[in-house]
Design a protein around this ligand. Structure first.
Ligand code: PLP
Length: 449
């Protein structure tokens, strides 16, 4: 390994270890150290790191055709994958269409632009405003960053960001009132959207953007029962498009192929990324429902947005193989079974800890939120960098997890996110529970020392 790296890494203070191999759900670095990947990097590697079927599909496509520009040609894997996704989309999506992109951020940008095009094609040019939630994360490109509600990530770039309204996310642990029924909480939080639409003027609002299960910004937060039904109703009433960001929570992560299936509604536009390609190739997608496609088909008939690598044959061939493996090997059942094991394990091993405030999640997507005081829910001061300490200790123990800061108010609030592979074995989930408990306890003991 060269010690002087020329790569602009996320930190310039040290060079990360070089990954040299992947064996199932383990990664191996240049020193031979093994890491159990309990977070898929960032909820990406849902099939582990050496899936033979996906590798074979990628090699076969490379030998067929690598790149053709989407302005000239289509290709087999992108057509087959689009059909696969449309056939399995939440009911209410209709005969939609799929657009492929290179990253979740790019998919979010494309979703916002498609929403704008939709309203222009319907002769409603005054509709340009976006409402999203806080906390949330929708990506790091400028449009996606402006849409996201994460104070820490937005801060340095604030002068460059377009104006987006943010309503509070349905953050059960901190927002649900004492004695409030789940459905009342759901309605109260969903109705914030209606109030904001009315405040802005319904005729000016273009889209509402939300993650069906909030990912890194809030830590695997599912919505209270009835929340998204009410959101759908409000969007319909005011002619606002609903964009579901399923970049992190989609493609099986929460136990169903689309996270929204469990809410009983469909979005107008859905973005997908991480679990779509499982990391074997960079790929994201946008799925537009039939009602959106119809307007464009009857209007200009063209898509007013394009990128060089849309519908890339190798990327879509990899993602198609990933989705076929998930379905053929019935892995969503494993997500639900191993997810339940993970929930129980975390609860058994951590819920008595006086600094564990909340354990939440769905499927194989779980979070432990750490607080200074369980009674007041007071977070640790951000300067104590608790979450990064957990990450470092876990890595030393040979476990990859995904801790973040900012869930409580954008800056404060530490949580540790877990997103193990859909192929996880019982023993691996046991190891994850043991090592994460050890990492959290050691980090907390370090704070008290
Ligand atoms: N949306 C959500 C919910 C995400 O979690 C992410 C990435 O973590 C993005 C969008 C952006 O995706 P990418 O990092 O691929 O640009």
């Amino acid at each position: 390994r060269c010690t002087m790296s020329s790569v602009l890494h996320r930190t310039l203070e040290w060079t990360p270890p070089t990954a040299v191999a992947g064996e199932g759900n383990y990664l191996i670095d240049h020193t031979g150290k093994r890491y159990l990947d309990a977070c898929g990097g960032a909820a990406v590697s849902c099939l582990g790191h050496d899936n033979a079927k996906v590798r074979d599909a990628l090699k076969a496509e490379l030998d067929t055709i690598a790149f053709t520009h989407n302005g000239f040609f289509t290709n087999r894997p992108s057509e087959e994958l689009a059909q696969f996704l449309i056939e399995r989309a939440p009911s209410g999506t209709g005969r939609g269409r799929v657009m492929y992109l290179g990253s979740g951020s790019e998919a979010m940008e494309a979703a916002l632009k498609l929403a704008r095009q939709y309203h222009l094609e319907r002769s409603e040019p005054q509709r340009s405003k976006i409402i999203a939630r806080a906390p949330s994360y929708h990506g790091n490109t400028l449009g996606a960053l402006a849409t996201g509600g994460h104070a820490g990530r937005r801060g340095p770039f604030q002068p460059l960001l377009m104006d987006v309204s943010h309503i509070e996310a349905a953050y059960e642990y901190r927002m649900r009132r004492e004695g409030e029924a789940e459905t009342d909480f759901a309605l109260r939080m969903a109705n914030l959207l209606e109030k904001e639409i009315q405040r802005l003027g319904a005729e000016t609002v273009m889209a509402f953007v939300a993650e069906p299960v909030v990912g890194a910004s809030l830590g695997t937060q599912p919505a209270p029962k009835g929340y998204f039904k009410r959101i759908r109703e409000i969007c319909n009433t005011y002619g606002v498009l609903f964009i579901a960001d399923e970049v992190m929570c989609g493609m099986g992560r929460t136990g169903s192929l689309f996270a929204l299936e469990q809410e009983g509604i469909a979005a107008d536009i859905t973005t997908l990324a991480k679990g779509l390609g499982a990391g074997y190739q960079p790929i994201a997608a946008l799925m537009a429902a039939e009602n959106v496609i119809r307007i464009i088909k009857n209007g200009s008939g063209t898509l007013w947005n394009g990128h060089t690598y849309m519908s890339h044959a190798i990327a879509t061939a990899g993602a198609l193989a990933v989705q076929q493996v998930i379905e053929e090997e019935n892995l969503l059942t494993n997500v639900r079974t191993r997810g339940e094991q993970l929930r129980k394990g975390l609860q058994t091993q951590l819920s008595q800890n006086p600094h564990v405030g909340n354990i939440r999640g769905r499927g194989l997507f779980w979070t432990v939120e750490l607080v200074q005081d369980r009674t007041t829910k007071q977070p640790f001061d951000a300067t104590r960098v608790l979450a990064p300490k957990v990450r470092k200790i876990a890595l030393d123990l040979g476990l990859m997890c995904y801790p973040s800061q900012g869930c409580a108010d954008g800056t404060q609030g530490d949580h540790v996110l877990l997103a193990p592979a859909y192929t996880s074995k019982r023993k691996e989930i046991e190891t994850i529970c043991d090592l994460i408990t050890q990492a959290i306890e050691t980090a907390l003991a370090g704070l008290e020392a």
